[in-house]
Design a protein around this ligand. Structure first.
Ligand code: PEP
Ligand code: MG
Length: 586
């Protein structure tokens, strides 16, 4: 096979070489063709066999359920088996083959589409939701028919092939990404997604090479194709020559060696050449990520994206996490950090992190009911979370961070609810830390332009540059079509950062950066010379940012940084940034 390469958007670091594992919804790839009269019964048999195979698979999953599995799980499998034996699913497509001569896949999809349309009409929400079960059952049958019914290998490094698996997909939802955490795979490649889409963020926090926004990769790459991902360059090479593989293996070895060397900095404090100490924090999505944060030598957790506890909950687990479940998760992170601060951001759902239970504005979700807006509309969900966070505060240093604040009343209502949660917990006899600092994310331009409106009521600020860029430049961060417009050094962004730090310094309130800019080594000198003293980033990036800080002299950088902040010429800004990075410090 001829080699070719694809250019996408880099979202992580490093190089990986492995075999493609395609994750493609089978329904999208169904072939449509008409069959001859004499082939009809053969085609009918093919579909019957696939349905029987899925029935057997469901039974075997049932019989292998551990004895302590939740009863809902069995019930869930029963529903799927029932759907599959319903004549509307198992018989009607056979009639379509016989009467219209459609191939088996087409016949099944036609019948499922017709059923789905009927389900859309149903008033009862529970019954309407069964449409998803029907789609899942049909998907299983289609995967058998199309021969794509591979399971993701679960055993880490059991054999050479599994250990070097690269997931290729149209898109992977952040919730699905979380499932891959237990699976052995060494890279991922998607057609969609932008540099700071939440899917990209999860891959970065897993520390594995990835390229997103490739447009058509999942159609150009075939199952088991050999791939090289050069994630620094955002390039995927398909079917590389042995010579190229050898060259990339060398580069991979150099990268891994450098990474190992950086690991030795774990206990070194991040102090610049001219003696300024910078606190480096980690961003985490799940409590167990705190382990990587400790390994990287983080000073604490600067951003715990708590919404990942709420997403991707299906089957027996589909309810939102209870107060106790959340409390256990937060307490786990707090205990793992051994007294270091843990900044728990309250639920930031919506946009590219939808809740399964939450209907959102499909036209413009990023501008819809997201983050604090959602929480204030659903006060019970918010109160449950605040109680869980406050209970965890008795086990270490907990900070509460409120996302997407834009209005004074949003902050006032949030603070009132935190105070109420504290009162309730005290009355119920729960321990709560005497001090639980509350901060807000500055990630909507309105907030950056009016920091003075909030700052007196807050203990700290944290700038979410991913959203600040999205909302300032009016580009959907998850849309690869506009990813080229995503610019973190646009003068408007630099001005907003500068305004925020000035206002925070005036009010003597600490201000961190927890968006992607904090982990971008090209910007480290700029940010710390502007006065930022706290940066929070994926654990995997922390060592190299620390190395850069150790090599920086802020006093020497300041004149160039002043010029950058005064400039409104993108080319000049870029030149000055390059100059800043190339500067040799003494
Ligand atoms: C941000 O917007 O920069 C941020 C840190 O939050 P998230 O990426 O989760 O939206
Ligand atoms: Mg954000």
């Amino acid at each position: 096979m001829a080699s070719f390469s694809l250019q996408g958007i880099p979202v992580s670091r490093g190089i990986t070489i492995g075999r493609a594992h395609l994750l493609r919804p089978a329904a999208l790839d169904v072939q449509h063709y008409l069959i001859a009269q004499e082939q009809v019964e053969e085609e009918v048999l093919r579909l019957q066999k696939a349905i029987a195979q899925v029935q057997r698979d469901l039974q075997s999953i049932w019989s292998e359920l551990p004895t302590d599995a939740p009863t809902e799980l069995g019930a869930f499998l029963d529903v799927h088996a029932l759907i599959l034996s319903d004549p509307m699913v198992s018989e009607a497509p056979l009639d379509i083959i016989r009467t219209r001569h459609y191939n088996a896949e087409w016949a099944l999809v036609t019948q499922i589409d017709a059923l789905s349309a009927q389900f859309d009409e149903i008033e009862d929400a529970y019954l309407r939701e069964r449409k998803a079960d029907i789609a899942q059952v049909a998907e299983r049958v289609l995967k058998i028919l199309t021969g794509t019914a591979h399971q993701l290998p679960r055993a880490m490094g059991v054999d050479e092939r599994n250990a070097n698996m690269i997931v290729v997909a149209k898109d992977i939802s952040p919730a699905d990404m979380m499932q891959f955490r237990d699976v052995s795979f060494t890279g991922f490649v998607t057609d969609e997604g932008g540099p700071n889409s939440h899917t990209a963020i999860v891959s970065r926090s897993l520390g594995i090479p990835a390229v997103v926004g490739l447009g058509n990769a999942s159609h150009l790459i075939a199952q088991d194709d050999l791939l090289i991902i050069d994630s620094d360059a955002g390039v995927v090479i398909v079917a590389p020559s042995p010579l190229l593989v050898a060259q990339y293996r060398d580069r991979q070895a150099i990268f891994l060696k450098a990474k190992k060397k950086l690991g030795k900095l774990k206990k070194t404090p991040a102090i610049t050449r001219d003696g300024v100490e910078i606190s480096l924090f980690a961003n985490i999505e799940l409590p167990e990520d705190a382990h990587a944060a400790m390994e990287a030598g983080a000073n604490g957790i600067g951003l715990f994206r708590s919404e990942f506890l709420f997403m991707g909950r299906t089957g027996a687990n589909h309810q939102l996490p209870t107060e106790n479940e959340q409390f256990i998760a937060y307490k786990q992170a707090v205990e793992m950090m051994k007294g270091r601060p843990v900044t728990i951001r309250t639920l930031d759902v919506g946009a590219d992190k939808p809740l399964e239970t939450h209907e959102h504005n499909i036209l413009n979700p990023a501008l819809g009911l997201r983050a604090i807006r959602y929480c204030l509309k659903e006060p019970q969900i918010f109160m449950t979370q605040l109680r869980a966070i406050l209970r965890a505060s008795a086990y270490g240093q907990v900070h509460i961070l409120i996302p997407m604040i834009a209005h004074a009343f949003e902050l006032e209502q949030s603070l009132a609810m935190i105070a109420q949660a504290k009162r309730e917990l005290h009355a119920e006899g729960y321990a709560v830390a005497a001090q639980v600092p509350v901060g807000a994310m500055i990630e909507v331009p309105a907030a950056a332009l009016s920091v003075a409106m909030f700052v007196d009521k807050l203990d700290f600020l944290s700038i979410g540059t991913n959203d600040l860029i999205q909302y300032t430049l009016a580009i959907d961060r998850a849309d690869h079509e506009v990813a080229h417009l995503y610019s973190d050094t646009h003068p408007a962004i630099l001005q907003l950062l500068e305004m925020t730090i000035q206002a925070a310094q005036k009010a003597q309130v600490p201000v961190a950066i927890c968006g992607g800019m904090a982990g971008d080594i090209k910007l480290t000198r700029l940010l710390i010379s502007m006065g930022f003293r706290e940066l929070s980033m994926p654990s995997a990036l922390l060592p190299e940012i620390k190395q850069e800080i150790l090599n920086t002299n802020i006093t020497q950088c300041r004149p160039t940084v002043k010029k950058i902040l005064r400039s409104f010429d993108p080319n000049a800004i870029q030149k000055l940034l390059n100059q800043l990075r190339g500067q040799v410090c003494d």
